[in-house]
Design a protein around this ligand. Structure first.
Ligand code: SF4
Length: 392
């Protein structure tokens, strides 16, 4: 279809969309995971803004968000445009973080009209609800185009500007204009629900619903950046792919999202960490990724030995600790890079002094630079564990 042959209906929808921005508030049912905070003391709903294109269900909408610059260029060429229009689109979607097609003013109006008429939308996931904790942590329900929601968690670091290293020193970093640099960690989901069935995890109770697309994974990051006014290059945000789902069971989309974030948003893969429950073929594949796009690796260990791990993580029956460690050795580490062992402390199950000694031995035995990240288990409904005593 040529540029100027959009239908009258499409044009009307475009005009309607401009004049009738719809404000809508959704109340979503939350799901909670052991890593997520339980102190939701303040609830803040964001209003959803949707540009009315005549199809509010999203069923026939084609998202541009999630396509990289080359794919966008290919779409533009298909539309009879020059490939650099794809570069303009990538700039608008990933650097300028524009959320509505009509607002991408670097594209000619007629082209935007035509894209809208063909069903193209930006289609970036949106924060539907936000829950804020007293320590500044924010938990978001991020809504995809099909209205499915996933959790994303924003954890500010250096609370109050403190160094966070026990020195009590103020560490307020500013840019040249005196603006304070933000520091935070963002926990991102890769699937809706999860099939891995770790016994201590609330997400496991949902079962596996579906994989997130690359755009839906990267979109959680952009939505949070937009909310906090993050400036890439100035602010320091670490990404951890440790939210809902097992990233290595959605490998292509997970790595697709990483590539978008590295190549289009210009984030460093060394500020990203992916956590796996121990999917050996996934770790082996990950080891082949070039360092320019390979995040750091974390293994969700959670137990000192196979006997305990089998009980709390059934996946261990398929890939026991030794197999996971073997695969882990294939990942070439960058200078000063370490592998993290995530370790959830379950009261009386994994938090005994002998467990600590066994974990330390295990870590040493790898012969790799490893650090252990202890996570206090958060209770959840229907999960039969207890929190560890503070002394433990
Ligand atoms: Fe939960 Fe385990 Fe799935 Fe992670 S891998 S989301 S801990 S069930």
């Amino acid at each position: 279809m040529a540029l100027n042959t959009f239908t009258k209906a499409g044009f009307a929808a475009f005009r309607r969309g401009r004049s009738e921005l719809r404000l809508r508030r959704r109340h979503c049912k939350g799901t909670k995971k052991y890593t997520m905070l339980s102190q939701a003391v303040k609830k803040r709903s964001e209003q959803l803004v949707r540009w009315g294109t005549g199809d509010l269900t999203g069923a026939h909408q084609k998202p541009l968000f999630g396509l990289d610059a080359a794919e966008l260029a290919a779409r533009m060429v298909e539309a009879g445009e020059t490939p650099w229009r794809g570069r303009q689109l990538a700039e608008a979607l990933y650097r300028q973080r524009i959320g509505e097609l009509e607002a991408i003013t670097t594209l000619p109006t007629l082209l935007r009209l035509r894209l809208a008429d063909e069903g193209w939308v930006v289609g970036r996931p949106r924060i539907a609800e936000a829950f804020q904790s007293v320590d500044g942590t924010e938990r978001y329900l991020v809504q995809c185009q099909d209205e499915q929601t996933v959790e994303t968690v924003w954890m500010p670091e250096g609370d109050g500007g403190e160094a966070g290293d026990g020195s009590g020193q103020e560490l307020v970093e500013t840019d040249e204009s005196g603006k304070r640099r933000q520091r935070a960690t963002l926990c991102v989901s890769s699937q809706v629900g999860c099939a891995v069935n770790c016994q201590f995890c609330l997400t496991a109770k949902l079962g596996f619903q579906r994989n997130l697309t690359a755009g839906e994974i990267a979109g959680q990051v952009i939505a949070a950046f937009e909310r906090h006014g993050i400036e890439v290059g100035r602010d320091r945000v670490n990404l951890v792919f440790m939210g809902m789902g097992e990233p290595f069971l959605n490998y292509d989309n997970f790595m697709g999202a990483v590539r978008l974030l590295v190549q289009e948003v210009e984030l460093s893969p060394q500020r990203m960490t992916v956590s796996t429950s121990g999917i050996v073929p996934g770790i082996e594949r990950f080891a082949q990724e070039p360092p320019e796009v390979r995040p750091k690796l974390a293994i969700s260990l959670n137990a000192p030995n196979d006997a305990i791990r089998r009980e709390i993580m059934p996946i261990n029956r398929k890939w026991p600790i030794e197999a996971v460690m073997g695969a882990m050795h294939q990942v070439p580490l960058r200078p000063r890079e370490r592998i993290t062992f995530e370790y959830v402390l379950l009261g009386g199950v994994t938090d005994r002094p002998e467990d600590a000694i066994e974990v330390a031995r295990l870590a040493r035995k790898t012969g790799l630079p490893v650090k252990v990240n202890l996570i206090v288990w958060n209770p959840g409904p229907g999960i039969d564990y207890t929190m560890p005593q503070p002394r433990r």
